[in-house]
Design a protein around this ligand. Structure first.
Ligand code: ACM
Ligand code: ZN
Length: 467
């Protein structure tokens, strides 16, 4: 029997026999408050089309399914709700700038597969894209780098761009219409070279810091011993809160080298004054200050998993796991903390298919067996960093179909998933992507064989080798 081509695969599909015409039919809508917020029922048969949900979000998801059923389909009754509550995609518009029109295409793609969070990475070493009303110096001084030297991807000339308040609000509204929450990331206290270029006085030693033109992890971090650091950070965060209404704000915490903190009298004094044991605890203290600011303003924080090394993160903070010491994240979940899984080797879409094939992304189980409280793994996120991605076609090539595969893991129960069937459905769904200007990677690249794999890996990683 012919099957429906819907991504993510609905969790309960009953084929009723016969065919249903979709195009041009009247759609009956029934509100049933017993259904959960994201749940819906869709029936399409000879008698007509009926959608049932408890509210607008459920109807929106029912409509996404309906759109993918095409002009006609086998008669079905679908009863559907997500496996996970957090289904996110991430975009770094710092390493290479992407504007509103390009971002909206990703949002459309995300909405069509029922993702519900856009994690927007807008501050980093290579530029500060967030427009700050309270601290306009950061925009004036830190939004443009003189050139780009990402390994072999060298681009002469300045690269820059800001997201204005109006543009960011436009993105927030566009997402809200599609039931997607935008969570901005202000990466702290590492990945702050651009901010330090604008305000050198809040770095340890107060020396001039260049906006970085290369990829990597840099020693320039915000000084935790200087109260001015928090004045500036809180001003910028206050601006962010005015633009982004999300319950959660991402405050980074990844890849923060401790070299400067070890050498800085101010940071060492803070360690002594606060009775901290070492620089990891200083990062814990720093994080708690930022979390405190957010909570005083009615918001909560998400941090990358390195923040757990301090041993000071309370379960009011959500942790995003990507790499390194995974046990800390699992223990955090076991003790009641919420964890988002964006496992590096499964979901990092900026790495080549030769390293992370479509099947690897698709088949990865975001709830590791070691976790005793699986309900605390609240969902998944597919990150897309852009050091080596300098145009929209490449962005789409890297993201699709892996981004879509991650979305299916976010929605479809593990036992229902099947990679061969996903590939069959993706071929139909890719027509939709192309219609909105997104060209996915060609099928031959999704799961490369050994020889292609080797060639692709060498070519990708040799980008780092610069003569
Ligand atoms: C990360 O990829 N540095 C979170
Ligand atoms: Zn310092």
């Amino acid at each position: 029997m012919e099957k429906i081509n819907v991504i993510p695969l609905p969790n309960k599909i009953k084929y009723l026999g016969g065919e249903a015409v979709i195009t041009g039919r009247e759609i009956k809508k029934i509100t049933d408050e017993k259904l959960a917020d994201e749940e819906y029922i869709l029936s399409a048969d000879a008698s007509g089309i009926c959608l049932t949900a408890s509210g607008e979000r459920g109807f929106f998801y029912a409509e996404q399914t309906l759109k993918q059923l095409g002009e006609k389909c086998p008669s079905v009754k679908i009863e559907d709700k997500p496996a996970f509550s957090y289904r996110a995609f991430h975009l770094d518009t710092v390493r290479h700038y992407f504007g509103v029109d390009e971002i909206k295409k990703f949002i459309d793609a995300a909405a069509s597969v029922k993702m519900n969070v856009f994690h927007w990475h807008i501050t980093d070493d290579q530029g500060f894209r967030f427009f700050s009303k309270r601290r306009p110096e950061v925009t004036e001084r830190a939004s443009v780098r003189p050139c780009s030297n990402f390994g072999r991807l060298k681009e002469e000339g300045a690269h820059g761009g800001i997201h204005t308040a109006q543009q960011m609000k436009e993105i927030v509204d566009y997402c809200a219409e599609r039931f997607i929450t935008v969570i901005p990331e202000f990466d702290l206290p590492g990945h702050c070279s651009a901010l330090l270029h604008a305000f050198p006085e809040i770095g340890c030693g107060g020396k001039n810091v260049e906006i970085k033109t290369k990829q990597g992890v840099f020693e320039d971090v915000l000084c935790a011993g200087n109260d001015k650091t928090f004045e500036i950070v809180f001003d910028i965060l206050a601006d962010m809160l005015e633009i982004f209404p999300s319950e959660y704000i991402h405050i980074g915490g990844d890849e923060a080298p401790k070299k400067h903190w070890k050498e800085c009298p101010g940071c060492q004094k803070r360690i002594r004054d606060e009775g901290l044991k070492n620089e990891e605890e200083l990062q814990g203290w720093f994080t708690k200050k930022i979390v405190g600011f957010l909570e005083a303003n009615g918001r909560k924080a998400i941090v990358w998993n390195e923040s757990l090394k301090s041993g000071m993160i309370d379960d009011n903070v959500t942790v995003q796991m990507w790499m390194d010491k995974k046990k800390l994240s699992y223990d955090f979940a076991d003790k009641g903390g919420r964890v988002i899984n964006s496992e590096f080797f499964a979901y990092y879409c900026d790495y080549p298919y030769a390293m992370t094939s479509l099947n690897k992304t698709y088949n990865y189980d975001p709830v590791p067996k070691e976790v005793k409280n699986p309900e605390n793994i609240i969902g998944i996120e597919a990150p897309l960093w852009t050091e080596f991605i300098n145009n929209f076609d490449r962005l789409c090539y890297m993201a699709f179909p892996r981004f879509t595969a991650a979305a299916e893991t976010g929605w479809t129960n593990k036992g229902k998933k099947n990679s061969a069937d996903f590939i069959r459905r993706f071929e139909a769904y890719s027509e939709y992507l192309k219609s909105i200007g997104i060209n996915p990677a060609p099928k031959k690249d999704w799961n490369p064989g050994v020889i292609n794999k080797l060639g692709n890996l060498i070519s990708f990683f040799s980008q780092y080798i610069v003569r």
